[in-house]
Design a protein around this ligand. Structure first.
Ligand SMILES: Cc1ncc(COP(=O)(O)O)c(C=O)c1O
Length: 419
């Protein structure tokens, strides 16, 4: 039997013997079937995207993009494009190997030094570049978790953290604490007392809820129990105030930061920033670092350009505008009766309830010219299906207001639809 192309997979009757079908059918029956939506062009405020696709024709519409993680709107910024092409012209299209086997170029080292300079308040830290945030989380959680004798991860930490936990040897226990619930974390710490302090994993801006942990209380707990912390700042790097701007005197000792270049920095790749011995440990024992071809020159060049933009006073309007437009959107949503949970930044959940409600509202919005994707279980807990808005510095208040008007209509339509 030939392997079905994904477009044929909908014709389930032809594929009865296929072992993948039961899971796909169940996914469809629960309203959870996923299909990637094609968006043409750089992920700016406006995108051209498919609103209907049949075997005969595709209909695409110009949509306002409320789903991009390109929060600082840097993905098409000319200096990044210039840095990318300059690096590629100089160093080729591929790095040629893993960092330990010939794929370490001066560009990679320059990027790590630029990351170290980007955090001048914390000079004792070193940086290490990874290929993706997913790979970095897998690597750091499994390698450091094993060395530290156990892991305690926030229940809503990213899927890549969960995958890292699965890579731990059986002898190393891991626990999930209720989201942002430090009492629960403390109970688990008391119960399990990991032999080398353990690793606590959380995010500085949660990817689906847009909230953050109580940092000061977390640091106080760290002082009491002596654990190490992995703070995943994938969504806050450059886009949401640094930890020291949020009331912490500095990054606490025994803390590893992990961030990505693929979101606010408008490019691709990831980094870890931490004490020198952590970086050396990951270079030696982090399998996702050791056994993977390093980032290609164009990407490293764009990343350098992104860090330059973050430290350029002429570009400081970007995070400021992002914060202002996000505050405006949250306030307007709440004023119109929508629930946005504990969101504090540019990631704003609009809680709707069932997967069907979320999908129906999202589809109606798409037809009306707004791309605001539905997020359903298992990505988020049952009963909290939602639209996940991720705003960017390119948004104006008028954009937000036009979206909210369309959202109100879409929600009223499902409320009035008895089916
Ligand atoms: C919190 C968090 N960590 C890690 C990742 C993975 O990063 P990347 O997309 O670079 O693999 C993501 C991406 O969605 C994320 O939201």
């Amino acid at each position: 039997m030939s392997v079905p192309h994904s477009s044929d997979i909908r014709d389930f009757s032809k594929l009865q013997e296929n072992p993948f079908l039961p899971a796909l059918e169940a996914q469809r029956a629960q309203g959870l079937f996923r299909v990637p939506l094609e968006l043409d062009g750089a992920p700016g405020k406006w995108i051209q995207c498919d609103t209907a696709v049949t075997s005969e024709k595709r209909t695409s519409t110009r949509c306002l993009n409320l789903a991009s993680n390109n929060s600082l709107d840097l993905a098409g910024h000319p200096p990044l494009l210039h840095r990318a092409s300059e690096a590629m012209e100089r160093a080729g299209t591929g790095s040629g190997g893993s960092r330990l086997l010939g794929g370490s170029q001066p560009l990679h080292t320059a990027l790590e030094h630029a990351l170290e300079r980007y955090r001048p308040a914390f000079p004792a830290r070193r940086a290490l570049v990874f290929n993706t945030g997913f790979q970095a989380n897998l690597t750091v959680v499994s390698a450091l978790g094993e060395a530290l004798g156990g892991v305690f991860a926030d229940k809503l930490a990213h899927a890549s953290v969960a995958e890292g936990l699965r890579l731990l040897p059986r002898s190393v226990p891991f626990h999930r604490f209720a989201h942002n619930d430090l009492d629960h974390l403390e109970t688990l710490l008391k119960q399990h007392q990991p032999k080398s302090g353990g690793l606590v994993v959380t995010e500085t801006l949660f990817s689906m809820d847009g909230d953050h942990p109580p940092f000061e209380a977390l640091c106080a707990l760290q002082k009491k129990y002596g654990f190490w912390m992995l703070l995943d700042e994938a969504h806050s790097t450059g886009a949401y105030p640094h930890l020291h701007e949020r009331g912490l005197a500095g990054i606490p000792e025994r803390t590893v930061l992990l961030g990505t270049f693929g979101k606010a920095l408008g490019s691709f790749g990831a980094y870890v920033s931490g004490p020198a011995e952590i970086c050396d440990y990951l270079i030696n024992f982090g399998r996702g670092f050791v056994f993977s071809t390093s980032l290609p020159p164009a990407v490293v060049g764009a990343n350098l350009g992104a860090l330059e933009a973050l430290t350029d006073p002429g570009e400081s309007w970007r995070p400021a505008k992002l914060a202002a437009i996000s505050a405006f959107a949250r306030a307007e949503l709440n004023r119109r009766g929508f629930q946005t949970g504990a969101a504090v930044g540019h990631i704003i959940p609009v809680l709707l309830g069932t997967p069907e409600e979320a999908v129906t509202v999202s589809a109606a919005l798409l037809r009306a010219g707004f791309h605001a994707p539905a997020i359903r279980p298992p990505t988020v807990p049952a009963g909290t299906s939602r639209l996940r808005l991720s705003l960017t510095a390119a948004f104006e208040e008028a954009d937000v207001l036009s979206f909210l008007d369309a959202l109100e209509v879409a929600v009223q339509d499902i409320a009035g639809d008895p089916s």
